[in-house]
Write a protein that binds this ligand. Structure first.
Ligand code: TRP
Ligand code: SF4
Length: 335
């Protein structure tokens, strides 16, 4: 490995199960690009899954396997980056505990996602300590690897900002010979194109409108058929506007510029029908998904988990290095 001097990035994903195109475009595709230029740590945040799903843990293990396979399918390469599982690196729990000692509760209560999520996920009792501490565990996840950058989408920016505040507070209290131990990482904002699901709303597992990375060509074509279109285009002879159509949005993300030109011209002149246009969109999706599924099929679930195990050993070594500094700074070199 010659990546010692490269700047480092860390990011993570909760094990929600098989991933969809929104997960791919909003995170994975970006991670795959980063692995060539950065020292990368990517992990599955299985303890974070418990913050909302503590009452039913029956799916967590299977979900970890599916996420690992989707990562490999997407092109994350264990030769280039460190892929690991949060719960395999106990240092995450230790640093979280130490952070919990120095973090005012008000900082956590003020994180906007805290109240929002409690209101949105009404079916669950989220008055737990773990749920309040979610962003603190995330701060530990990040700072444990002393990364320069954290590639995340807009929704996670507040969590990285809190992480920076935690680092600052830690560094004020504890130093080694006057030197700070936990550098403040910067957000590397993942550009996320508008990616609608089949119902026209943002593609999201909770809306049930997703196209999965593992969907077969038949499934993709079937889903596209049911996809909503520009509501102004009622009859075949009505002109439409791809800028007001979720299928148009898919073309913008996945189709070639030439095809996109055809879509604009054909839709606005009523020269093409929506069925044909959806067929083209499906073609583009199949083009993207083919190689992902091909790579995914090259691994068994067992192999994917072995890769994550091996990555976790390497991640643990890096985490232990930070914890030695943390312990020394806190004058608690007892571990
Ligand atoms: N909270 C992130 C999400 O829901 C997942 C996550 C956990 C994470 N720990 C992290 C992301 C550390 C980046 C860095 O998507
Ligand atoms: Fe949407 Fe295509 Fe139909 Fe235009 S032709 S409304 S872009 S599906």
């Amino acid at each position: 490995m010659t990546n010692i001097s490269r700047p480092s990035v860390l990011s993570g994903m909760r094990p929600t199960g098989k991933l969809h195109l929104g997960n791919y475009m909003g995170a994975l595709a970006n991670w795959v690009k980063l692995q060539d230029d950065y020292e990368c740590y990517f992990f599955i945040a299985d303890w974070h899954a418990l913050t909302t799903d503590y009452a039913d843990t029956s799916q967590v293990k299977a979900n970890i396997g599916e996420v690992a396979l989707d990562w490999l399918g997407a092109g994350l390469d264990p030769e280039k980056c460190i892929l690991f599982l949060q719960s395999k690196v106990l240092e995450h729990a230790k640093l979280h505990l130490l952070f919990s000692m120095i973090t005012p509760i008000s900082w956590l209560e003020r994180v906007p996602t805290y109240k929002e999520q409690q209101e949105n996920l009404t079916g669950k009792d989220l008055t737990t300590y773990g749920f309040l501490g979610y962003p603190l565990l995330q701060a530990a996840d990040i700072l444990l690897y002393q990364p320069q950058f954290v590639p995340v989408g807009q929704d996670q920016v507040v969590h990285v900002e809190l992480t920076r505040e935690i680092a600052r507070r830690f560094n004020q209290f504890y130093k080694i010979g006057g030197n700070e131990v936990l550098p403040e990482p910067k957000v590397l904002l993942t550009p996320s194109p508008k990616l609608p699901g089949t119902d026209g709303r943002k593609m999201s597992k909770s809306y049930g409108n997703t196209i999965m990375l593992t969907d077969t060509e038949t499934e993709v074509r079937q889903k596209l058929k049911t996809m909503v279109t520009d509501p102004a285009r009622v009859r075949r002879t009505d002109a439409g506007d791809p800028d007001k159509c979720p299928v148009g949005d898919l073309h913008k993300v996945f189709s070639t510029p030439e095809k996109l030109d055809e879509v604009y011209a054909g839709c606005r002149s009523a020269g093409i029908g929506c069925i044909q246009c959806k067929g083209w969109a499906a073609d583009s999706l199949v083009q993207i998904l083919g190689p992902i599924q091909g790579r995914r099929a090259g691994y068994t679930a067992k192999q994917a988990l072995e890769i994550i195990e091996a990555g976790s050993v390497r991640a643990q070594q890096r985490a232990a290095q930070t914890m030695r500094e943390v312990d020394a700074a806190m004058q608690m070199p007892i571990g």
